[in-house]
Design a protein around this ligand. Structure first.
Ligand SMILES: Cc1ncc(COP(=O)(O)O)c(C=O)c1O
Length: 482
């Protein structure tokens, strides 16, 4: 298995652009100065609904600046077109003899290949379809062998932090490390001193709060040296960086379709088969069973073993299509464009008086994907998010981003407290539809709000801030909407 140094030494890592693909925050390179970024970023990666306008409170419309890709990304046009084509022949899978069933079965089973190859999986890695990353880690937790110790940092998304509590023999929750090097040392120590038995280290590839890349290859090497396995949460990493679990030395990886421009309800767990094969089915029912008699039930091998119930064929095909399209794009160029937008976003926000951009690691220690969390002194994050939408046509996230221990720690360390006492922050996240104008608009809007507050007055509606006089109307999309 190559080490991280070996990854850095790869011949294709020589150009300045290519360094962005490396998952190695300890090898930070200067970000190239970039031209204006418009849409689409790459042929074949057009976004469904790109350029759509949204209403502003008080009148007028403006192009939607979607800076919430970290939560869910819009569909790629080709993904949506593929699903539309698939629906023309959609039918039951696996047991149907009809022609349309054969088409659907072939598409569903064929979808595992592009996903395996997108994450650089080994030929014998299982690809199990799940609903999303949360479900993928739920499945892996279910499959842990007896006496397994799970080691996880408190900085993880709740989806990677919590599922082990029910099934692992013990969970060692490590405090937020001060640097990537400290993370490696802490993981090593925890694995070295763990009780005998199997162990699993769980780590994110890129934080959904700070966007920081974690030293996955080094952590994988530590896990291997200590006889443990490692699971990678690639929910945020996968849309932003190319990686190979084989080269990184990772055993399992979880991804979500809705973060990968394929919002059709499918995700996947990819990785070593043995633990998955030894475990009882994740769910019991049709599809997972081989034989059912009065006395005995036998189950199919992985992946069907853990896919009981009629599968989500459009979701699986959409995810595979997105993986195929993104893998086929010039990912170094995409990462380079994103790096320019991210730098403009981080710097633009950090330069505004009263705004704090939150990071766990020193900037020199970790590169970031286009995810930036910030707070504005004296302002409620929820109200700012509402104002960005109502007054500027910008979509961002506010809250603790399902990573409450990390957000608490970051805000505490920075001495930030919100007037509403919520301990919440704002997050702007860049994706394939983000343009320079979107970033500039956000920075200008935050600057304005930081100096004089929102222009409109806000009240609480359904538990969230909303303009007192909101004349925007949601469009009618579904036939059942009145
Ligand atoms: C890093 C990370 N892990 C896991 C998840 C959970 O993903 P999902 O909601 O698709 O299960 C998210 C979602 O925000 C995330 O950002």
């Amino acid at each position: 298995m190559p080490t991280e140094t070996a990854l850095l030494d790869r011949p294709d890592a020589t150009s300045a652009l290519r360094t962005h693909r490396l998952i190695d925050p300890l090898a930070v390179v200067p970000i190239a100065r970039l031209p204006r970024v418009g849409h689409p970023h790459a042929p074949g990666l057009e976004i469904a609904g790109a350029g759509a306008t949204v209403p502003l409170t008080g009148g007028g419309r403006i192009e939607y600046a979607n800076l919430d890709h970290g939560a869910s990304a819009p569909a790629l046009r080709e993904v949506s077109d593929t699903v539309e084509r698939l629906l023309q022949t959609y039918a039951s899978v696996h047991r149907g003899a009809g022609w349309h069933s054969q088409i659907s079965t072939s598409l569903y089973e064929g979808a595992r290949g592009p996903i395996r190859s997108f994450v650089g999986g080994r030929a014998d890695d299982a690809v199990v379809f799940t609903q999303h990353t949360t479900d993928a880690f739920g499945l892996l937790a279910h499959c842990l062998p007896a006496r397994t110790t799970v080691v996880v940092f408190e900085t993880e998304h709740h989806a990677a932090l919590l599922p082990w509590e029910r099934s692992a023999a013990r969970v060692l929750r490590l405090p937020a490390p001060a640097s990537p090097a400290a993370a490696i040392a802490a993981a090593d120590e925890a694995l070295r001193t763990r009780p005998a038995g199997p162990a699993l280290l769980v780590v994110t590839g890129a934080s959904n709060v700070t966007g920081e890349l974690w030293p996955v290859a080094r952590l994988a090497a530590v896990a291997r040296a200590r006889g443990a396995r490692i699971a990678l949460d690639a929910a945020q990493l996968a849309p932003h960086r190319a990686f190979s679990i084989d080269e990184l030395g990772v055993d399992y990886v979880a991804i979500s379709g809705h973060k990968l421009y394929a919002p059709f309800g499918a995700g996947a767990l990819i990785g070593r088969t043995d633990w998955l094969q030894a475990a009882p089915p994740y769910r019991l029912g049709g599809g997972a069973t081989a034989t059912v008699t009065d006395d005995e039930v036998t189950f199919k091998p992985v992946p069907e073993r853990h896919e009981a119930g009629s599968p989500n064929v459009p979701g699986a095909v959409a995810l595979a299509t997105a993986c195929h399209l993104i893998a086929g794009a010039d990912r170094d160029r995409l990462a380079c464009l994103e790096a320019g937008l991210t730098e403009a976003l981080q710097q633009g926000l950090a330069d505004i008086p009263g705004v704090t951009v939150h990071r766990l690691f020193a900037a020199a220690d970790a590169q970031t994907i286009g995810v930036v969390t910030f707070t504005i002194a004296g302002q409620s994050s929820a109200e700012v998010a509402a104002a960005l939408s109502a007054e500027h046509g910008i979509g961002v996230r506010d809250g603790a981003f399902c990573a409450q221990p990390l957000v608490r720690r970051l805000l505490g360390a920075a001495g930030c407290s919100s007037p509403d006492g919520s301990g919440h922050a704002l997050r702007a996240s860049i994706g394939l539809g983000t343009t320079t104008e979107h970033v500039n608009r956000l920075v200008a809007a935050v600057s304005d709000i930081a100096s004089r507050g929102p222009r409109l007055r806000y009240t609480t509606a359904s538990g969230r801030p909303a303009p007192v006089a909101d004349d925007r109307e949601l469009p009618r999309i579904a036939a059942w909407q009145s």
